[in-house]
Design a protein around this ligand. Structure first.
Ligand code: DHB
Length: 396
């Protein structure tokens, strides 16, 4: 096959990019070694920034008047920060005139996949042995094998690696620098059958570690708590999960956490990572292939969608003018937001998690964290910083 842009990775980033390119009359082929079913059923984060909602609602993903992200998502005007046994509301609408939407990443995938299918997109899922070649020529290629073992080849003008945190494309970027940060903890994530415990999300700092009470529907909730990275999800009974969550949420204000059967449990990886540049020659990276954030603050998907917005723009210009120089702006423009989001995710993480270590350091950190949280909730300047970052920065 000959196309203009070959996209490796058909998650939300790869699909959104192919949707935006299609709207500009640029042909592309998407390949992914996972099946649609595998992606659709892998639970990820659930919060969309204001501009991510706009990108979905205003670029023709939906038929006009049927914007599922609006009709099926829940608008949240703020979050609760919980510490010292009490909850403090951060009101994004009042502080920055913006809100976020609770709409799971799996639903974003389903919607953009439906749009690409409706528009006749060339999507090839469930393939194997994907490889990229000839990136230093003007005819880069992506090869793969189908389920029957037959070899295929896609020749393109440009290749985009939107292939996630275990990206194979990222190793082909020349002159790369890699920045890492590891954390001495992970998240234990559950889905459970229970009613909501609060109207909005609760980010909790407790002496036993972090906990996050998120939501999915009226009857299914998503929750996370800080755990050891080596924790085995299967070793935790429902009772043990609930007593740990209750211990982290309980307080003198009498807060009640609603319980129910746990229907899914997983331990989530936790790291910060950036690779620069995000482009070399005819290869460009988008989303987790170029950068990973820890989950606190739900920036991963939003950052990937922001990349696709910038990337679609520079690719349109490059292909329209037949001039690759238009791609030069991509890394710098994308990285401005990437580093803001890296800081925001790191900051939310370190403000709310308990780091192991010497007792005297832990005691200091605990009181310092409470000092930080108290100043945040009692200062309009502090709360506004949180509100701006959480609802998302404008795109450069
Ligand atoms: C969810 C995940 C997050 O990491 C977060 O910060 C907020 C919500 C979620 O899955 O609902």
């Amino acid at each position: 096959t000959r196309t203009q842009v070959a996209i490796v990775g058909g998650g939300p980033a790869g699909l959104m990019l192919s949707h935006l390119l299609h709207r500009s009359g640029i042909e592309c082929v998407v390949v992914d070694n996972r099946t649609v079913e595998e992606i659709r059923t892998t639970h990820r984060a659930g919060i969309l920034e204001r501009d991510s909602v706009r990108l979905l609602a205003e670029t023709g993903v939906y038929e006009t008047g049927h914007e599922r992200v609006i009709t099926h998502g829940d608008r949240h005007g703020g979050i609760y920060l919980r510490f010292g046994g009490g909850s403090h509301h951060i009101d994004f609408e009042e502080l920055v005139g913006a809100s976020v939407w609770l709409y799971p990443q799996t639903a974003v995938f389903v919607d953009v996949h439906a749009a690409r299918t409706r528009d006749g997109g060339d999507l090839r899922y469930g393939i194997t042995d994907t490889a990229v070649h000839d990136l230093d020529t003007d005819r880069p290629r992506v090869t793969y094998a189908d389920l029957d073992g037959r070899a295929h080849e896609v020749t393109a003008d440009l290749v985009v690696g939107a292939d996630g945190s275990r990206s194979l494309c990222r190793d082909h970027v020349e002159a790369r620098s890699r920045y890492f940060r590891e954390y001495p903890f992970a998240w234990f994530g559950i889905l459970c059958e229970a009613p909501r415990s609060a109207p909005e999300l609760i980010y909790t700092r407790s002496d036993r570690g972090f906990a996050l009470i998120s939501q999915r529907t009226d009857t299914v909730q998503r929750m996370y708590f800080q755990c050891d990275p080596a924790e085995e999800a299967s070793a935790w009974s429902d009772d043990r999960i609930w007593s740990e969550l209750q211990a982290r949420l309980s307080g003198p204000d009498g807060f009640e956490l609603e319980e129910g059967p746990v229907i899914e449990r997983t331990v989530l990886p936790f790291r910060s990572f950036v690779q620069t540049p995000m482009r070399s020659g005819r290869l460009l990276l988008a989303g987790d292939a170029a950068h990973t954030v820890p989950p606190t603050g739900a920036k991963g998907l939003n950052l990937a969608l922001a990349d696709t917005r910038v990337l679609a723009e520079v690719i349109e210009r490059a292909i329209g003018k037949g001039d690759l120089d238009a791609l030069d702006a991509y890394t710098d423009r994308a990285l401005q937001r990437v580093w803001k989001a890296q800081h925001f995710s790191y900051w939310m993480t370190t403000m709310l998690h308990r780091a192991p270590g010497q007792q005297e350091h832990r005691d200091f950190d605990e009181l310092r964290q409470l000092g930080e949280l108290t100043s945040l909730v009692s200062s309009e300047a502090g709360a506004t910083y949180l509100a701006e970052g959480y609802t998302g920065w404008p795109t450069a």
